[in-house]
Ligand binder design. Sequence first.
Ligand SMILES: [Zn+2]
Length: 833
Amino acid sequence: MKKLLFLLWINIFAIGFAQVKSPNEFIPTYGKQITLYHQVEDYFNHLTTQTPYVKHQKYGETSEHRNLNLYYISTPENLANLEEIRLQNLASIGMAPKSPSKIGDKLIVWLSFNVHGNEWAGTESALSVAYELANPENKTTKEWLKNTIVILDPCLNPDGFSRYGNWLREISGKNTNPNKFDREHAEEWPGGRYNHYVFDMNRDWAWQTQAETKQRMAIYNQWMPHVHSDIHEQGYDSPYFFPPAAEPQHEFIEAYQKDFHKLLGKNIAAKFDEKNWLYNTSERFDLFYPSYGDTYPMYNGAVGMTIEQGGIRAGREVTMENGVNLTIKERLTHHKTAVLAVVETSASQMEPLIKGFRNFMNNPRTKMKGKYATYVVKHNPKNVQLAELLKINKIEYAYATEKMSTSGYNYFSKKDESFSVEPNDLIVKVDQPKAVFTQILFEPTNKMTDSLSYDITAWSLPLAYGVQGYAVKNALNIKTKNSIETTSKEIPKNVYAFYVPWNNRISAEIVGELHKKDIKVRYAMKQAIFGEATIEPGGIVITKGDNPKITDFENLVGEIVKKKNDFTTISTGFSKNAKDLGGENFPLMKAPKVLLLSGEGVTSTEFGAAWYYFDEVLNYPVTIVEQNKLKNVKLFEFNTLVLADGKYNFSDAEMKRLTEWINNGGKVIAIDGALNIFDGKEGFALNPYASDEEKQAAEKLKKEKELKERFLDSGSEERRLLANSIPGAIIENNLDITHPLSFGLGKKYYSLKTGDKIYSLLKGSNNVVYVPKNYKSYGYIGHNFGKKLPETVSYSVESKGSGKLVYMIDNPLFRAFWENGILLFSNALFLVN
Ligand SMILES: [Zn+2]
């Protein structure tokens, strides 16, 4: 009876909703001009209402308040059982309780389009893919859907897509111009590739710093798909790319994942051969860094993949180097063909895919891949953020409730040592559904099959967060609790001062909030003891004496500092160690009035990282000015200038004005490429070489090398370049712990080094964070480059007149996930005065 009713329902649909339009019929400009985002949504709405094969879910909003949408495409029967299918899949890998179900296994295939906003053939092709899957007339796709749920996200980055789309429409003539010099092929700064805060969201899958990623990954982790395809475009001259992926691949990737890549590659190739389309596989796009749309799914048991059409900067039509014109219609058709082949091949491989997935998540032999079974992170205020990262990735963790002596690998010393687990230490056991991903994030060394990677090669969490961690070989049998209990503190009626420890990003948030409310703040230069309270260097103190106009001091300040549970109240200014609150150990903090430069020349994503830090992490005002408009700005209205990585062209007059402003108390925070502004300039300490001799020696060495290299074969050139480079590795740094730039960071700083800039220890500048002689490193560094690193500086502070220059050789805000880097930048902003 149930089946009969069901068939009847289908028939009603077939009769009632026969008018399914193709994208061409629905959108007149489809395949000729970029589709506007609301038209994309309208078309999907059409499919949702006019066929029984599509179900819509709005899963969130972008920073610019566009909808984020998912479309579930399957048979009406499957769509009616979506929730049960989802839970059954989760239960099969221990991520949901098991419950009896009559529904057989279904394959879950997730399709992600256009994470890079300007790679617009992605979203265009999503309309055609959805049409082919949902059109009741297409009987072939209906066969696939019997055992397959397709979860289709037509646009992961609606803000970037719209930024590009609005621009393209604005500059489009009635006729296309395929000449590559036409402005249609030269997108404007910062480019539609990125999201609102100018982040590359295809580097953000694991860290989830961006609103879009965060909201999407919550759903992803509620589904845990078996196949995930990430649809991109690359430079327009490159032929189509599809799996198998290139080396290096992470050693944890399993045979069933590689096998599927090969099978899929053959199937797509056959379809492309038929049409004489060019393509390549296995040459680029490796599988290592865990925060991509292919690796994240791979490390979570799915078969992840990247596919790429040539199309960036192609506009609507462009002439390629072979003289052939490439149009948007062709680009989207290639994608449609490849993506449908992904669904077809997946549906045909349901059994091995599901078997492989469950084995990956469940089988102790396959999932305990690394050397260690338990990770212990010593109790630290930065664990608040670390726990949050684990939570959003559905990694199970707990806190110790007892003491235990054991031994393990110390991330900092790189040695096996005995240590003691204490109550409240963070415990992460590998034996859990997300075992492999847990190990990817925590294993001290991630092994790859080759060294030619084009992204960072180390990201071990204890180092990124600057927290003492140990990797323990055996599964620690220790009693734990789910959270650290917090008791709300009573604030006395009369408070002499509040103290907030300076030890994580929330400390900086609080200081920002206090400044915004015009509340005066002091901070400790050295340890000071008041009754029960010990104030550590960097500690924030808000005294009633500094703020006489605030009538409800206790309430107002208490409300702000409550964000951190480790705040304290102090009833006297008299310290036990001669560091009284009214003395020179507690200077007043200047409220930063921040100017940040943007525009052509500034590296888009690095500008974005700084903007995001102020606007979202800190929630603090920042004035953004394009670098070529700096001349119009009255510098003396600001006291802090942030120069993100990039190329800056300051005229002599501009430099003079800037120098005068620094001498009068201005502070410059210059990062990476921005250092060139001051490098070797008269009156500034910044210089890559400590002496003329050192400079001459380096130049001589370079010449000798060039002479030698004349005899080397060109085939190994890529590898030779690699020997001199650093794609991204972690470098141990010593700290001058008496300098405010190092407050709260710990005993060492582990810097994520992504560039090859090297500076000897600077003369006439405080080299606060520097690479020691026998430094430890993590991840891949070219051996030639590694030899140059000892006794070079990573972060230095120069005093000039009444002002300061903070030189940042490495970007501490890189991709917004280096937690201790965020604190280091906050030091530069608030504590270096
Ligand atoms: Zn891309």
